[in-house]
Each structure stands twice: as C-alpha cells, then as structure tokens.
Design a binder for this molecule. Structure first.
Ligand code: CO
Length: 155
C-alpha cells in the first residue's frame, strides 16, 4: 500500500467530472487500498478519487473507525430531511464550514467484488457520503457552505 498525495483546493483536477468505473481491475483494488491508507494517515473520514488525482467515480468513507465503505460508481437514489452541520475536507485543510445536507441518504454503489449494493445512512454518515459523491462531479463543500467557521468556533 502507498500513501498518495492529496490535491488541494485550486488544483483543477478537483473540478473535473469523473468517469464511471467500467471494469474492476487489480489497479482499482490497489487504488482503494491506497485511498484508505491516505485517508487514515490524514485523519479524514472520507476521500474521493479526484482528491488523489484519479478521475474515476470512486470514494471511500470511514466515519466509524474500522467500518469502511467502498463506493464505486455511487448514486444517491433517495434523500430525506435536512440538517445544517459542520464540514471539512482534506483538500481544504484547516477550515470548516456549515453546510445543509440531507439527514437520510440511500446510495446504490458497487463494492470491490463488483457487486451492486444499496445502503441507507443517516446523520453525519449521510453528510460524509454526500460530500464524497459531490467530489465525483467536481463539487467542493465550500461551493455550498452557508458560513465558514472561524477559529474560535472550531476550538
Ligand atoms: Co472533501
């Protein structure tokens, strides 16, 4: 496994639309492994492929330590509710802002075995899924932030 370089805001690659994964190859497995290692090393709860310079529809989420979701070609198929909450991004280091997101999100995606699955997630996990899936279309949370938090509020 290898730790990858995380692209920062201003890098054009973060603004591109990612292409779907057509075939799950050993290279995709390596990418997923490297993304998980990179996310953990940066103390992140999620990471999307464009953040490591790969324009493919792949993201990983780990809001609960040890519970990793691998999202390949993820699609949000249902949402419910709304909540404003604090959000950050490994591509926007040291900053946090308030963003409105759905409280409940149902996502259809593929796992590394190529099996399609559906999952409904809630609260902070729903926020993380939405944030990472946004990355696949070149959207950053700072585009939809209600208000950036200042240092005192972050603590
Ligand atoms: Co992010």
């Amino acid at each position: 496994m290898a730790k990858l370089q995380i692209r920062k805001v201003g890098d054009e690659v973060l603004r591109k639309t990612c292409r779907p994964v057509e075939e799950i190859t050993p290279r995709i497995h390596t990418l997923l492994d490297d993304m998980i290692e990179t996310m953990r090393a940066a103390n992140g709860v999620g990471l999307a492929a464009p953040q490591v310079g790969v324009l493919r529809r792949i993201a990983v989420v780990e809001t609960e330590p040890g519970e990793v979701f691998e999202l390949i070609n993820p699609k949000i198929i249902a949402t419910a509710g709304e909540e404003e909450g604090a959000e950050g991004c490994l591509s926007v280091p040291g900053r946090y802002g308030l963003v409105k997101r759905p409280l409940h999100v149902t996502v259809r995606a593929m796992n590394r075995a190529g099996e399609e699955y559906e999952i409904t997630v809630h609260d902070f996990q729903a926020r993380a899924f939405c944030h990472e899936i946004d990355h696949l279309d070149g959207h950053l949370y700072i585009d939809k932030v209600t208000r950036m938090l200042d240092d005192e509020e972050i603590g």
